[in-house]
Write a protein that binds this ligand. Structure first.
Ligand SMILES: Cc1ncc(COP(=O)(O)O)c(C=O)c1O
Length: 371
């Protein structure tokens, strides 16, 4: 309990100091920003977590064994700043020379590097919306100018995106939060016609029927991002890869934090690639559960988009889903609700195990019946 003598605000901040001026010297762009709000990450096991598109299955036993070995081997030493062991393994698995690959502390880190490299104050950065909301925030940090091109109601690729003439264009492929995959031919047409750099964020590509990674071989202005957080079950380790022309990678190398990926993360991601079959097996299970989840949600009357990811966006046109989100939380399920007007009638649900999804559907059924 607070004692009577404790100041109500920290002693170093006189209560008369206007908040807007403290701390002094903050860049106006940062002062204006609200900052990214990640999904809820409760650190206990109270909830069945279907809100951040994590994998419900654990990483490969080979990853666990490799981590056990690595934990007694040199944690007192800095990691390889270039993560070359991981780059070489990725080079083998994905069919690129090492020089085409850079490793990030999650793909979020790679997004930051791209912004630092390409975006000066006032530069235009384009993306279709709604999409991954971090893009917006990172552009604001660089004082770039966001140009959004709204998706049409069916979430198909808006042709106007190619006409913006932005320095940097982001395409989340398949998109979040819709889950929709644009046909590869359309993405390639965009790569062919775009003026600046095209960053294709393939965080969910392993769950999709088509991938755009091969475009990096043909279009020097294309960057493809991958993450170990979703299909490889390593959200807790924070590793991502960017694939691009060696000259692009060389520029990104200049702006990355020196030791941006730690020793254990390098070991875990390398081992995950060495057991690629484990990832494919989990992806197959998630795709099967996704089909069941979509059918069940449609049975409840939801409009469910054709997800090619490990989550599903369900819309009840014109009906706010906040109450259902709260109800599910009270039943022990965390899903994602977005208050933005164009998404307030939607719930985004990560595809969990069959058992988790059965339990979720039972709770949703009960909540909808009693609503
Ligand atoms: C579209 C998209 N890109 C990037 C990320 C970030 O992934 P990472 O965990 O690799 O930083 C996410 C995470 O949810 C995402 O949805």
């Amino acid at each position: 309990m607070q004692s009577r003598h404790e100041p109500s605000s920290p002693p170093f901040l006189p209560s008369s100091t206007p908040r807007a001026e403290f701390p002094p010297g903050v860049r106006p762009a940062i002062r204006r920003m609200a900052g990214y709000v990640p999904g809820e990450q409760p650190q206990d096991k109270r909830y069945i977590k279907l809100n951040s598109n994590e994998n419900p299955y654990p990483p490969s036993p080979h990853v666990i064994a490799s981590l056990h070995e690595a934990i007694t081997d040199g944690l007192q030493l800095y990691p390889d700043p270039l993560a070359n062991r991981l780059r070489d393994t990725a080079a083998r698995v994905y069919g690129f020379p090492r020089e085409n690959i850079i490793v990030g502390n999650g793909s979020d880190d790679l997004l930051t590097m791209l912004m630092r490299t390409f975006v000066d104050p006032g530069d235009r950065v384009a993306f279709p919306t709604p999409t991954y909301s971090l893009y917006d925030i990172l552009v604001a940090m660089q004082e770039g100018q966001v140009v959004t091109v709204p998706y049409p109601p069916d979430f198909s690729l808006p042709p106007a995106l190619a006409e913006v003439g932005a320095k940097l264009t982001f395409l989340c492929h398949p998109n979040a939060p819709s889950g929709i995959l644009h046909p590869l031919a359309e993405v390639e047409a965009l790569a062919r016609t775009i003026q600046g750099m095209l960053v294709i964020d393939e965080a969910y590509a392993d769950f999709a029927n088509e991938q755009a990674l091969a475009l990096v071989h043909r279009y020097p202005q294309v960057v493809v991002l991958r993450t170990f957080s979703k299909s490889f079950s390593l959200a807790g380790m924070r590793v991502g890869l960017a694939f691009a022309h060696p000259d692009v990678i060389a520029e990104l190398m200049k702006v990355k934090d020196s030791y941006n990926v730690d020793r254990l993360s390098i070991v875990a991601a390398t081992a995950a690639l060495e057991d690629y079959a484990w990832m494919r097996q989990n992806v197959a299970k998630i795709r099967a559960t996704r089909t069941r989840l979509k059918a069940a949600l449609r049975g409840f009357g939801y409009l469910v988009y054709e997800s090619q990811t490990n989550f599903v966006l369900a819309r009840e046109p014109g009906v706010r889903q906040e109450g259902l989100y709260d109800g599910l939380k009270a039943h022990g399920f965390l899903v994602r609700y977005f208050s933005a007007p164009d998404l307030a009638d939607c719930l985004r649900i990560t595809v969990g195990t069959d058992e988790q999804i059965d339990q979720l559907l039972a709770a949703l059924h009960e909540l909808r019946r009693s609503a």
